[in-house]
Write a protein that binds this ligand. Structure first.
Ligand SMILES: Cc1cc2nc3c(=O)[nH]c(=O)nc-3n(C[C@H](O)[C@H](O)[C@H](O)COP(=O)(O)O)c2cc1C
Length: 158
């Protein structure tokens, strides 16, 4: 079983989730950051997992563009989708905005891995927004390790 994980990240939380997930997946796993490298040809893989992080309700443009451009090829794969976000209550809305409906429907797993506000790494505007977000939030965003485990189990079972 060969799995490709394609992702985008702003401050590294999503990349850390991808590392954790890749260690839990059976078989050969390749990862690629869509903002830094060209995605490998997905035809060489049995499963393709795609995800990114949410900023102001939107996932990175590279994630959206990849899913739109490769819709036909993805339709032939075992697909997993995930998002990292600070407001899991809005997860379904985020998924709707991030991925084509047909892809969501055919995905074996659609998961929210939680989020983290990495203030020390943020550029000024993001830090200001993140501070406001934390002030109003009942609790700070955090990792959902169970969601990563569940996606690994689901993808390992296909
Ligand atoms: C400026 C800013 C805007 C954000 N907007 C949203 C949002 O609209 N919805 C949400 O659920 N999370 C939002 N988040 C939380 C991020 O999705 C979360 O911090 C995530 O872990 C970032 O992952 P990354 O480091 O891989 O980019 C925002 C965070 C920042 C700093």
């Amino acid at each position: 079983m060969k799995t490709l994980i394609l992702y985008a990240t702003q401050y590294g939380f999503t990349a850390d989730c991808v590392q954790t997930l890749s260690k839990k997946l059976a078989g050969e796993v390749t990862t690629a950051d869509l903002q830094k490298e060209k995605a490998p040809d997905i035809n060489g893989y049995d499963s393709v997992i795609v995800g990114g992080s949410v900023y102001m309700g939107r996932v990175q443009e590279e994630v959206k563009a990849f899913c739109a451009k490769n819709a036909d090829a993805l339709a032939k794969k075992n697909v997993g989708l995930f998002l990292c976000c600070g407001l899991p209550a809005n997860f379904h809305q985020h998924v709707e905005n991030a991925f084509p409906a047909a892809l969501v429907q055919k995905a074996k797993a659609v998961a929210c891995f939680g989020g983290e506000l990495r203030m020390d790494r943020m550029k000024f505007l993001h830090k200001t927004l993140a501070k406001a977000m934390s002030k109003n939030a009942a609790e700070l965003p955090k990792l959902n390790p169970q969601a990563i485990d569940e996606m690994a189990d689901t993808m390992n079972a296909v």
